[in-house]
Design a protein around this ligand. Structure first.
Ligand code: ADP
Length: 380
C-alpha cells in the first residue's frame, strides 16, 4: 500500500475549518507534531485553553478527514493548549506553597493532564540497554528518600521493566472499573503496562496506540498528590518517542547515556527531540561510566569514561553525574531491590541520591527562572 505523505495529510486538513475564525486549521497554523508511521497518523491541534471543550467537533472532523485518505490505517488527533508566557512550570508542591514562588494567580481554566502532580519528568535514552530504567527507578527512589512524594510511570511499552525493578507483582485494583489504583512499593507509586500484560508477551504497538496507552496511564490512574512523576520513556528518539514527549506536559527530561553512545551522538539526538517539543533538558547522566571490580576494587574505564561530561558541556546542558558499571547495581535492580533502598549507605546509592537532588534542584530552578522556562503544553 502506498505510504500517505505529510503533504496529503495537510491538504486533507485544509478542509477542516475553525468555526470561530472562519479559516482552515492548517492556514491558522493550528496543526503540529505530525507523525506518520506505517499508515498510523498522529498530530496535535493547538487551541486556546478557553476554547478546548468547544473544539472537540473540530478534532473529530480532522481525524475523519485524514482517515478518508488512501494508505491511512489509524488517526489520532489531540487538542493541545499552549500556555501563555507566565508563571513557569513545573511546580513541585513543596515549592509552590512558598509565597515567593507564586508570582501571581495562575489561570484556572486550564486543566492539567494529571491533577495533583507537581511535575512530570522523562528519563530517556538514545537507544536501549544503556540502563535508562535502572537510572529511572533509582532516581525516583532517591527523590523519595529526600522526602518528596514520587510516582514512576513505565512508558517503556516495548520492554516494561518497572514491575520487576520495583519488586511489584500482581495487578492494579480498579474499584469502579474505570480508574486504576497505582501499585506501590518502597513508598513510590508505580504504573506500568507490564502489570496488565505478561512480561514475555510480545507486543506490537502502532504509533497512536502508544500515545493512547500513555495518556490512559496518566489520566485513568489515581496518582493522587505527587511532587514528581518520573516517566521511564521507551528507548530511542524516533516518531513514537517524539509523539509521546509531545503528548505529556513534561517539566523536563533527563538523558541517560553510556560513554560510547555519547561518541555516537545519541545524546544530541535526544536533546534535539526534546527541544523540538519545547521540553527543557535537565541534564545528562553517564551510566556504566567505568567498571568497579567487585573483587579487587580496581577501576577500569572500559568505554573511555567522561564522554558525557565533555559532551554535556559542548551541548550546554548540565552534567548530572556518573554511575559505574557495578554488579551490585545490576543484581539489585533486576532483583526488585534497587540499590538506593537495599544498600542506602553504599557509594552507588549516594551517587544516585546526589543525582536525584540535582534533578530536583533543577526543576525548582526552572520554576524560579521566570521567563526562562518554555511554555507548558497542556492537553485538554
Ligand atoms: P534500558 O532501560 O536502557 O534498556 P536497563 O535499565 O533495563 O536498560 O538495564 C539493562 C541491564 O543493565 C539490566 O540488567 C540492568 O540491571 C543493567 N545495568 C544498568 N545499569 C547498570 C550499572 N550501572 N551497572 C551494572 N549493571 C547495570
Amino acid at each position: 500500500m502506498a505510504q500517505v505523505s505529510d503533504q496529503e495529510i495537510l491538504e486533507a486538513l485544509k478542509g477542516v475549518t475553525d468555526p470561530d475564525r472562519n479559516a482552515d486549521i492548517v492556514s491558522l497554523e493550528m496543526v503540529s507534531g505530525l507523525a506518520v508511521k506505517d499508515g498510523n497518523v498522529a498530530f496535535s491541534i493547538e487551541v486556546d485553553p478557553e476554547r478546548g471543550d468547544r473544539l472537540e467537533p473540530v478534532r473529530k472532523a480532522a481525524e475523519d478527514a485524514v482517515m478518508g485518505l488512501a494508505g491511512v490505517v489509524s488517526v489520532s488527533a489531540v487538542l493541545t493548549a499552549e500556555r501563555q508566557p507566565g508563571p513557569p512550570s513545573p511546580s513541585p508542591p513543596g515549592q509552590a506553597a512558598a509565597p515567593a514562588a507564586a508570582p501571581g494567580p495562575e489561570p484556572q481554566e486550564q486543566k492539567p493532564l494529571v491533577p495533583g502532580v507537581g511535575a512530570i519528568i522523562a528519563v530517556a535514552s538514545g537507544k536501549g540497554g544503556v540502563g535508562k530504567s535502572t537510572v529511572a527507578v533509582n532516581l525516583a527512589l532517591g527523590m523519595a528518600a529526600a522526602g518528596h512524594k514520587i510516582g514512576v510511570l513505565d512508558a517503556d511499552i516495548y520492554g516494561p521493566s518497572m514491575p520487576r525493578m520495583m519488586g511489584i507483582t500482581g495487578r492494579p485494583a480498579s474499584p469502579d472499573g474505570k480508574i486504576l489504583i497505582p501499585m506501590e512499593n518502597y513508598g513510590v507509586k508505580c504504573m506500568s503496562i507490564g502489570f496488565l500484560v505478561a512480561e514475555d508477551t510480545p507486543m506490537i504497538w502502532r504509533g497512536p496506540m502508544v500515545m493512547g496507552a500513555l495518556q490512559q496511564m496518566l489520566r485513568d490512574v489515581k496518582w493522587g498528590e505527587l511532587d514528581v512523576l518520573v516517566v521511564d520513556m521507551p528507548p530511542g528518539t524516533g516518531d513514537a518517542q517524539l509523539t509521546m514527549a509531545q503528548s505529556v506536559p513534561l517539566a523536563g527530561a533527563v538523558l541517560v547515556s553510556t560513554p560510547q553512545d555519547i561518541a555516537l551522538l545519541d545524546a544530541r539526538r535526544g536533546l534535539n527531540m526534546f527541544q523540538r517539543v519545547n521540553v527543557p533538558v535537565l541534564g545528562i547522566i553517564e551510566n556504566m561510566s567505568y567498571f568497579n571490580c567487585p573483587n579487587c576494587g580496581h577501576r577500569t574505564e572500559i568505554f573511555s569514561h567522561g564522554g558525557a561530561k565533555a559532551e554535556a558541556e559542548k551541548l550546554g546542558v548540565d552534567f548530572l553525574g556518573e554511575v559505574p558499571l557495578d554488579v551490585a547495581i545490576r543484581e539489585t535492580s533486576d532483583g526488585g531491590r534497587p540499590i538506593v533502598v537495599s544498600d542506602p549507605e553504599s557509594d552507588n546509592a549516594k551517587r544516585f541520591r546526589a543525582i536525584a537532588d540535582k534533578v530536583w534542584e533543577s526543576l525548582v530552578a526552572n520554576k524560579a527562572g521566570a521567563g526562562k522556562a518554555p511554555p507548558r503544553i497542556v492537553i485538554q
